[in-house]
Design a protein around this ligand. Structure first.
Ligand code: LLP
Length: 428
């Protein structure tokens, strides 16, 4: 990634020596480069808006919900796709305006729907049952709520099955065959105004063609929906491009290639339908992944069946390798100019065989005290962390230019008990 470089044998993020940051803030440590986030945002946005002026980027807050990340993107002009009341609250506290937010989700609670109506955000409705609940709540509050429906586009996409969300068999969205009756119900429902159409086909897709197919499905549905009298103000195509985690083998499309494949389909569709909605997209991974490294220290080295470098971060802090067999590149941050001489497996501290951050990587000879940088951890990294095995979560640091500050303190051992209680009968 472009924020990373090597100086005096150390891995740098922008102007910051990552070995120094690890010494100053401790390990494990997440380090996020704000300049990289803003560069990526600008590139994605300009690729799309050079094809069509009315483009809105809604950052998928699930990828990284830190207030500092949301605030950086909000100030750059992004909105957010929020998937829970928590993400809604975070986006608002980061200073994003409600009109820039879309409340998504296939299983919202009554409290979620109430908060959506109160705060005046738009809602992507995932079932007719949910529409009826939302209308009831909006009627109680005497407040109009603008909605989109999430259509299930019934598309197969090339990605890990756990994150292919557009298949007909998934829990997401309303089948295309039922989408017109959903919009009709919305037109008839009090205090609800249908203004958008939403879909999402999946994540970590390294091909533009599935997105073009999704745009075609959306254009078709948009035409039918317009015909029954819905005034579509936006079409939201869901998440963004995947990223080339595996730099040697992944062939990754650029945002420009994405725009060239998707926008003509969208433009053709809206021209045929005689409408001019905004084009919305909800990238998470592409904006954030490369901005962040996870720094983890080698506690010990074991030469057994393989060479294991036992580090202080495991799937408690980065679950992607264990959960999706994901590849993350690793660099020995304090020996960044040394060539690899040995196959090393970077093993976390968790009590499970699957707690391997990276297997069989050609690295400089590891020793206790070395600092390993795991790359591309800005999306679905800290966001999916846990306290499993009694491990307090790490701090997060943000760097920008020559400045580096904590954006989240590390949890302490006391924090592990902070929300627990001993029941009264155990105290007698
Ligand atoms: N919009 C919706 C409705 C989504 O469900 C998602 C991701 C996004 C947008 C953002 O997609 P992106 O641009 O990041 O591909 N934890 C998994 C990824 C789960 C993605 C779920 N939905 C991972 O670590 O690979």
């Amino acid at each position: 990634p472009s924020h990373l470089s090597i100086q005096n044998g150390h891995l740098m993020s922008g102007a910051h020596d990552l070995v120094d940051l690890a010494d100053r803030f401790g390990t494990p440590l997440y380090v996020t480069n704000e300049d990289q986030i803003l560069d990526n945002f600008e590139r994605y946005e300009s690729a799309l808006s050079s094809c069509y002026p009315n483009v809105r980027l809604l950052f998928a807050a699930k990828a990284n919900g830190n207030l500092a990340v949301l605030r950086a993107l909000g100030r750059a002009g992004a909105g957010a796709d929020v998937f829970s009341s928590g993400e809604l609250m975070l986006a608002l506290r980061a200073g994003m305006k409600p009109e820039r937010l879309l409340f998504n989700g296939s299983s919202k609670t009554t409290d979620d729907l109430r908060l959506a109506v109160e705060t005046g955000v738009r809602v992507s409705v995932d079932s007719i049952d949910e529409l009826n609940q939302l209308s009831r709540i909006a009627t109680e509050q005497k407040k109009t709520v603008q909605i989109a429906f999430r259509v299930n586009p019934a598309l197969e996409v090339p990605t890990h099955p756990k994150i292919a969300t557009g298949l007909a068999t998934t829990k997401f969205g309303i089948p295309a065959a039922e989408i017109l009756s959903a919009y009709q119900a919305a037109l008839d429902a009090p205090y609800v105004v249908p203004v958008g159409l939403h879909c999402h086909i999946g994540s970590q897709i390294l091909d533009v063609e599935p997105f073009a197919r999704a745009a075609a499905v959306m254009a078709k549905v948009a035409g039918e929906v317009t015909d029954i009298g819905v005034n579509l103000e936006f079409l939201d195509i869901g998440g963004g491009l995947g990223v080339p985690y595996h730099r040697e083998t992944d062939v990754a499309p650029t945002p420009e290639e994405y725009a060239q494949a998707v926008m003509p389909v969208f433009l053709e569709g809206i021209r045929e339908n005689g409408i001019s909605p905004e084009f919305w997209v909800e990238p998470g991974r592409w904006l954030l992944a490369e901005s962040t490294v996870l720094l983890t220290k080698v506690n010990s080295v074991k030469r057994a069946y393989k060479t294991f470098a036992n580090v202080d971060a495991g799937f408690n802090l980065l679950i992607r390798p264990a959960m999706y067999d994901s590849w993350h590149e690793v660099i020995m941050a304090n020996k960044a100019d040394q060539t690899g001489v040995e196959e090393v497996t970077i093993a976390g501290p968790i009590c499970e065989t699957g707690d391997i951050l990276a297997a069989d990587r050609l690295l400089p000879t590891p020793e206790a005290g070395d600092l390993v940088a795991v790359l591309d951890c800005g999306a679905y990294g800290y966001a999916m962390s846990s306290q499993y095995n009694g491990r307090p979560r790490s701090p997060e640091v943000m760097v920008k230019g020559d400045r580096a500050e904590l954006i989240r303190r590390g949890e302490t051992l006391d924090d592990l008990c902070a929300t627990m209680a001993i029941p009264s009968w155990q105290q007698e």
